[in-house]
Write a protein that binds this ligand. Sequence first.
Ligand SMILES: [Zn+2]
Length: 493
Amino acid sequence: MAHDEVADGRPVLFRNATVLTMDDTHSVLTGGDVLVVGDRIAEVGHGLIAPDGALEVDAAGGIVMPGMVDTHRHMWQTAMRGYGADWTLTQYFVWYYLEHGRRFRPEDVHTGNLLSAWDALEAGVTTTVDWSHGLQSVEHAEAAVDALQAVPGRFVLGYGNIQAGPWEWTADPDVRSFLERRRGDLYGWQLAFDVTGDPAFPERPAFEVARELDLPVTTHAGVWGATNDDGIRLMHENGFMDERTVYVHAATLAADSYHRIAATGGTVSVSTESEQSAGQGYPPTWQLRRHGIPVALSMDTSVWWSGDLFSAMRTTLGADRSREHLEAHAAGDTVTNVHLRAEQVVDWATRGGARALGRDEIGRIVPGAKADVVLLRNDASPVSFPVLNPYGHVAFQAQRGDVHTVLVDGRVVKHEGRLVGCDLDALRRRAEATVEHLVSEMGEQAWQDGMNPALPDDDGKVLDNPYQYTDFRTDTTLARGTVFGEPGAGDQG
Ligand SMILES: [Zn+2]
């Protein structure tokens, strides 16, 4: 498609879609149209008239939904996409906090953010919170914001720095002046830091700076081995929990902490893929639902996982239902109707995120809302039909390759399956330069070791099998990679 066809300023009319409005009653239109004029949704209905010069997008067979909102992503880490696939949280702490993370230059943060920002848009995530805790200096922070400004999505910068205590970096006059100077450059801002549970509550001054600057706080809470109920209690007792606070994970917490969160109105950002794999605790939606705590979704980091919220919706449904079944089985019961529905996770991926950020103008397809719109349509895929249960289709069937068109603020940023205005070759070169820098700083061996953590000592041990009565496969210490049963493979006696 020629670039001028999607030039800024043209009205856009989506024709004949299944429209998930995510309005207050979750209205769904069949054969519906959505008209975007300027930065706003102008009309939602049937048989709308196209204004002069409008770009008409045939959405027949497709699903139009609000742009998705990721409330917690360490975007800088996307420069090392997939590197930590086999990490636990412990390895992440060692490698990212002490090894690779320290070695990121401002240009490497810039690269990670650029890559992650386009990654988000490509997957229909129109608003992303950059939980930016790699800001070792104000130069790093400038680079992070410059990158986000260069990409036509909505970004909220959660300013953080894991290399110093939050009471230290929030007291730095250069950080303060940076936050004031660049305030207007992004969609929003937060302060991003964790609360250790130290009874002296050293984080107090950081909360006071947030209050002074009128910035919400986002914090990793209820992370096994790192943050716990003491942190929540200290925040609450000192009056620093409010409806703008975003608690990331909130997985390893007691009922008392959930009560404190529910009573003060904050949101939990659930990163199910992360919690399942890294070990923060069991993905907590099954608890949050019972406590009436608002939920938003997030991907955490692409050093392990994908950056698309289809995965978040899918794994969140799976984890919640899995827990519900397991709890019932432990009591000798059977779940015959699950509580968590596909419709609910689509809400969490859109409105839930908007609510977490205190923004009513995004996350819905209603007249007057900001025009952040996603069309799922993929005529080349047998998975694209039939669309019978549209929420179920979004949560369990769709994936980023089905994202046909994306609008942010009325601007077309992806069309006919391709990003608009993204120089992928330049991005690739930048990513290569960052990887080259990190490898040369660390040395090839350390780089490889970081990517391939040691297996536990009991690796490969196969349980004794009482039904195994031949001597075939008796050697349970076969090296990994041996093809079992193949003549000549391993020592088969
Ligand atoms: Zn995180």
